[in-house]
Design a protein around this ligand. Structure first.
Ligand code: KIV
Length: 272
């Protein structure tokens, strides 16, 4: 039997670019901790996003705004320890990059240095292009994020589909072109009409990853708590659930509680 370790071919931004060129779809999911990241990585996920949705699903906040840079770094460190293959992208949280490109660079450098992640993601187009360019100049790969950008929820007022009107669609198309031109390696497109998702994806050479942006983007991303059915109240049209973990975990915990109460656990075999 060979003792040679099987070499794991890491997913890089270049691999994602080749996947777009070869018409191979990119799979991306959020993760926020070591154990889940390890499972997703072993399952073969291409990209893990340490999303600021951690603010919602891990910390219980209503929006993504409260999460801090230190908290994002903690989640990113935990995820990086669990992966061998996937590309790890980390969200720059609200307030760490808007309107101050020097601060943006410092935030990105902290994430890269302290977590060992491979790239950062920022929400917005032209309005934050100074920050993106500065980060890119330092050699940090950047993923863009257009359409519904949850850090601007108080400006939008709702989480409904974005860019249904021509003017907003036009802005999105010019923003995505700009993100490609300045050197982003990919762009997340969130909650926009499928037709616009297709047009935007075909208008650039870098990969697009959609969440509620239709089937023609170059890849798909979902929040893992939604995919696993942990967030059972959240039911947007774009979501496909692959498990009902909320019910499964609740059932398991109820069984555990009743075993303890009935003195059925631990048994003779489960003690020393
Ligand atoms: O934070 C997040 O989970 C995200 C995804 C919705 C793309 O940005």
């Amino acid at each position: 039997m060979s003792t040679a370790k099987k070499e794991v071919k890491r997913v890089t931004t270049h691999v994602l670019q080749r996947m777009k060129e070869n018409n191979e779809k990119i799979s991306m999911l959020t993760a926020y901790d070591y154990s889940m990241a390890k499972i997703y990585d072993e399952a073969g996920i291409d990209v893990i996003l340490v999303g600021d949705s951690a603010s919602n699903v891990m910390a219980g906040h209503e929006t993504t705004l409260p999460i801090t840079l230190d908290q994002m770094i903690y989640h990113a460190q935990s995820v990086v320890r669990g992966i061998k293959r996937a590309l790890v992208v980390v969200d720059l949280p609200f307030g760490t990059y808007q309107g101050d490109s020097k601060k943006a660079l410092q935030s990105a450098i902290r994430i890269m240095k302290e977590s060992g992640a491979h790239a950062v993601k920022l929400e917005g187009g032209k309005k934050i292009s100074d920050s993106i360019e500065r980060i890119l100049k330092a050699g940090v790969p950047v993923m863009g994020h257009l359409g519904l950008t949850p850090q601007s929820i108080y400006k939008f007022g709702t989480y409904t589909v974005r860019a249904k009107e021509e003017e907003e669609a036009k802005t999105l198309l010019s923003d995505i072109k700009l993100l490609e031109e300045i050197g982003c390696f990919g762009v997340v497109l969130e909650k926009i009409p499928a037709k616009l998702g297709k047009e935007a994806s075909e208008s650039i050479h870098i990969p697009t990853i959609g969440i509620g942006a239709g089937k023609h983007t170059d890849g798909q991303v979902l929040v893992s708590h939604d995919v696993l059915g942990i967030t059972k109240e959240f039911n947007p049209r774009f979501l496909r659930r692959y498990m009902n973990l909320y019910e499964d975990i609740k059932g398991a915990i109820e069984n555990y509680i009743s075993d303890v109460k009935a003195q059925d656990f631990p048994s003779e075999e489960e003690q020393y």
